[in-house]
Design a protein around this ligand. Structure first.
Ligand SMILES: Cc1cc2nc3c(=O)[nH]c(=O)nc-3n(C[C@H](O)[C@H](O)[C@H](O)COP(=O)(O)OP(=O)(O)OC[C@H]3O[C@@H](n4cnc5c(N)ncnc54)[C@H](O)[C@@H]3O)c2cc1C
Length: 101
């Protein structure tokens, strides 16, 4: 869709829930994350196969390298999981620093 069409679609969908949506709307911006070089999307997507093969390795503490973020979680594209991933990574790092893992 063109940016204008995307905004119209969003207005249509919003109106289905909030009838006053269009009346209160003043401005809109539409952005295709998948077309941004180096980003190519707004968050990570795992296939079942990739998850099975690579997820544990991605999340493992590797010497001084520890990854955390929405990409290292089971619910991608969400702040909650990014935070839980960070807490998990810090907890594992702490255990390792104490020599427990
Ligand atoms: C359009 C959009 C709408 C969203 N809406 C919601 C929503 O409504 N609710 C919700 O819960 N989540 C939403 N999300 C998802 C949420 O924003 C992300 O899941 C969350 O921000 C991911 O946190 P993160 O710490 O994993 O990564 P980020 O927040 O992406 O943090 C990564 C950081 O690393 C920095 N960085 C990258 N490369 C380097 C480098 N080489 N050196 C140093 N720094 C670097 C980046 O600049 C960035 O600050 C949305 C995301 C997008 C894009």
């Amino acid at each position: 869709m063109t940016p204008e069409k995307r905004i119209q679609r969003a207005l249509d969908q919003g109106t289905a829930i909030h009838p006053q949506y269009r009346k209160e709307f003043s401005n809109g911006v539409s952005f295709a994350w998948s077309r941004v070089p180096w980003t190519l999307g707004c968050c990570s997507m795992w296939t079942e196969e990739a998850r099975k093969t690579h997820y544990k390795t991605l999340c493992a503490v590797d010497n001084r390298l520890v990854l955390a973020g929405e990409h290292a979680s089971y619910v991608g594209c969400w702040q909650e999981e990014a935070i839980l991933s960070a807490l998990d990574a810090v907890t594992r790092l702490h255990k390792r620093a104490l020599g427990a893992a």
